[in-house]
Design a protein around this ligand. Structure first.
Ligand code: S3P
Length: 185
């Protein structure tokens, strides 16, 4: 998809371990925008961690809550929104994000082996229900790839620091950003 002429919201997508929660705040800082992590909003709304939502209510209930949170957040402007890795499995979420003329979807890309390594290095590895289900992991990754690749912008994160990834995204969008301290005029 072509990059929108005017960008008011940036949505980060990619599998677990893609760097959405690391790149997101740094990109928001760079643009002078707000950062929201959809998973964090879901947890605070449900009053429990995601693993507990999966265990007690099932994945379908989690996906419904996830879609609702994204619908609300995606309506905001001057916002960098990090999605959970499975958010684009929900068709209505894909349609909503793609339909919005000033929303840029960015896919943070990396091979599955590297993603898993990164996840295992992180403190909360044991709490990621989708990571725990190893048999399904490759299947899920492959099923999601076409949706990730529908993004307006794909950035390979392999061998790059977070700052380098942020710079790549900021460069790609600089002509289309309005209303931010940094990119005004
Ligand atoms: C999920 C990824 C998680 C979180 C939930 C489900 C998935 O987000 O939304 O555990 O289905 O891949 P991260 O991608 O931020 O880990």
């Amino acid at each position: 998809m072509p990059i929108p002429h005017t960008i008011r919201t940036i949505v980060l997508t990619g599998f677990m371990g893609a760097g959405k929660s690391t790149i997101g705040p740094a990109l928001a800082l760079e643009l002078g925008w707000e950062f929201v992590d959809a998973d964090a909003v879901i947890e605070s709304r449900a009053g429990k961690p995601i693993a507990q939502i999966f265990a007690e209510q099932g994945e379908a209930a989690f996906r419904a809550l996830e879609a609702e949170v994204i619908r609300e957040q995606a309506a905001k402007q001057n916002l960098v929104l990090a999605l959970g890795g499975g958010a684009l499995e929900t068709e209505s979420t894909r349609a909503l994000l793609q339909m919005h003329p000033s929303t840029l979807i960015v896919f943070l890309d990396a091979p599955l082996e590297l993603l898993v390594t990164r996840c295992l290095e992180q403190a909360g590895a044991a709490e990621r229900p989708v990571l725990a289900d190893r048999e399904q992991l490759l299947h899920r990754f492959q099923a999601r790839l076409p949706h990730y690749r529908d993004a307006h912008l794909t950035v390979s994160t392999v061998g790059l620091t977070a700052d380098e990834v942020v710079a790549k995204i900021a460069d790609a969008v600089s002509g289309a950003i309005q209303g931010s301290r940094r990119y005004e005029g």
